[in-house]
Design a protein around this ligand. Sequence first.
Ligand code: AP5
Ligand code: MG
Length: 189
Amino acid sequence: MKNIIIFGAPGSGKGTYSDEIVKRYNMGHISTGDVLRAEIKGNTELGKIAKGYIDNGQLIPDELMIDILAKTYDSMPAGQGVIFDGFPRTIPQAEALKKMLAERKHEMGLMIELIVDEETLLARLLNRAKEQGRADDNEVTIKKRFEVYHNQTAPLAEWFEKEGIRNTFTWKGSKDVMLGEIFAFLDKQ
Ligand code: AP5
Ligand code: MG
C-alpha cells in the first residue's frame, strides 16, 4: 500500500481507523502522539519537554517534531507503506514530510481526512477519559486541543488539496459505514 496520512480533529478516529487499516493492508503505523506518550512514560529528556505541551493541549515545536518523525520513519520496515497518524499538523511539518520522503525517493501517497461534528468528538474523548485516563482528555484541555486544531491544523487540508491527495470521509453515525467507505476507497488504490 502507498503511504497514508490520516488527518482529523482530536477524537475523529485517526488511531482507531489506523489500527483497522494496518490489519487489512499490513502497513507500518506512526502515531506521533503515541511516540510522545511513550517518551513521557519513560521519563526521557524529550518526554519532559513534550509533557508541558501535551498537558496544555499545545503542539510540540515543529523542529523537534520533524526530527522525531524522520527518526521514527527510518526505523520502520522498508517497502510496506506507513500510516502517518497525527503528523503533519502544521504547514512547516507538511513541507518537511514532503521533503523527507522525496529525499528517500518515497511518495506522500494519500491523505484521508476524517470529518466529525464537535459534539461527537467531545463525547468520545470524555468517554475515553473514563476508560483510559489519558492526561489530555479532560474538558479544559480537550477544548484547547479543538482550538489548536482549528487554528493551526485544519487549514492544512487546503495544502493537501493543492497536492491533489486529499480524500474526505464524513461521519454519518456508524463506524462500520465509515470504515466500509475508507476500505472501498483504499481497495481501489
Ligand atoms: P494525538 O495523540 O495525535 O491526539 P489527537 O490529535 O488529539 O487525537 P486523539 O488521539 O485524541 O484522537 P484520534 O483521532 O486518534 O481518535 P481515536 O481513534 O483515539 O496528539 C496528542 C498531543 O501530542 C497533541 O495535542 C500535541 O500536544 C502532541 N502532538 C502529537 N503530534 C504532534 C505533531 N505532529 N506536532 C506537534 N505536536 C504533536 O478515537 C477517539 C475515541 O473515540 C477512542 O476512544 C475511540 O475508541 C472512540 N470512538 C468511538 N466511536 C468511534 C468511531 N465510530 N470511530 C472512531 N473512534 C470512535
Ligand atoms: Mg490518536
